[in-house]
Design a protein around this ligand. Structure first.
Ligand SMILES: NC(=O)c1ccc[n+]([C@@H]2O[C@H](COP(=O)([O-])OP(=O)(O)OC[C@H]3O[C@@H](n4cnc5c(N)ncnc54)[C@H](O)[C@@H]3O)[C@@H](O)[C@H]2O)c1
Length: 256
């Protein structure tokens, strides 16, 4: 086992199943000695999350619906009581209503737009505000974004707009929290087949285009994201904050 994250308490939010990007991150972080703390959305996911995390060691799982401030506050208060200081948070959460990913973007409803922004972007702000209270020795917050914030990917729709808001939030949070030694960064991951990704129309097509066109001629894996996230969580990236780092086999640098 490595020691990159030894003596660091890291909260991982958004582990749903073994296909989740958060699972790649959890495996990498556990392998470097992190003290992991997991949150999942509701009772429904808790059992599966606990079964998975047991493979890595004895780590607690708390329920946190990220759309409710009181739930976020409660969970981080419990974490403070039971675990004391916090060194890292991984925010791997997003949601949009299915109809907003299957219709044209122009039909996005006001409610659907607000829901996607609330769960997928504002949640980072709410989490960072609370987590900073526990990051008394400095810390690293990492979120997951997608290139659909920069360019149009048919079917990504409102989620592209929320990722643009998320990336801007990363920069503003980095500015606010930097003086306390807390860094905030995003990984812009290439497409990976997960439960959330299945909601995006033509997702298989996106995967095959990346495989064909990306400089590395393959799709990214959750292990690739896990190791990049290790770097961002650890002191190795101590001079980096406010960055959106592409981990996408180079796809974003291509023109045609
Ligand atoms: N899969 C991809 O191709 C890809 C690419 C780039 C970025 N991302 C991003 O990675 C992150 C993780 O997604 P994933 O692809 O691993 O899918 P996933 O479905 O495994 O994970 C999404 C998680 O969000 C959680 N969630 C949704 N609403 C929530 C709420 N109200 N409260 C708490 N949790 C909630 C779900 O329970 C789930 O654990 C997301 O931000 C996603 O946009 C994914």
């Amino acid at each position: 086992m490595g020691t990159l994250l030894q003596n660091k308490n890291i909260v991982i939010m958004g582990l749903r199943n073994k296909w989740s990007i958060a699972w790649g991150i959890a495996q990498a972080a556990a392998g470097e000695g992190a003290g992991l703390i997991f949150t999942c959305q509701s009772d429904r996911e808790k059992e599966e999350t606990e079964k998975l995390t047991a493979e890595l060691g004895k780590f607690p799982v708390y329920i946190c619906d990220i759309s409710a401030d009181e739930n976020i506050n409660e969970v981080f208060d419990v974490i403070r009581e039971r675990h004391g200081v916090l060194h890292g948070v991984v925010h791997a959460i997003a949601h949009a209503n299915p109809e907003d990913l299957s219709n044209d973007f122009v039909y996005t409803s006001r409610a659907g737009f607000l829901h996607a922004l609330d769960v997928s972007a504002y949640s980072l702000v709410a989490v960072a505000r609370k987590a900073r209270e526990l990051m008394t020795e400095g810390g690293s917050i990492v979120t997951l974004t997608y290139m659909g914030s920069e360019k149009v990917f048919g079917g990504y729709n409102v989620m592209g707009v929320t990722k643009a808001a998320l990336e801007a939030s990363v920069r503003y949070l980095a500015s606010d929290l930097g003086p306390s030694g807390i860094r905030v960064n995003a990984i812009s991951a290439g497409p990976i087949k997960t439960m959330s990704a299945r909601g995006v129309k033509n997702f298989s097509n996106i995967l095959s285009v990346v495989e064909e066109k990306a400089p590395l001629r393959r799709d990214v894996t959750k292990e690739d994201i896990g190791s990049a996230c290790l770097f961002l969580l650890s002191d190795l990236s101590g001079g980096m904050t406010g960055e959106v780092t592409h981990v996408d086999c180079g796809f974003n640098v291509m023109g045609i």
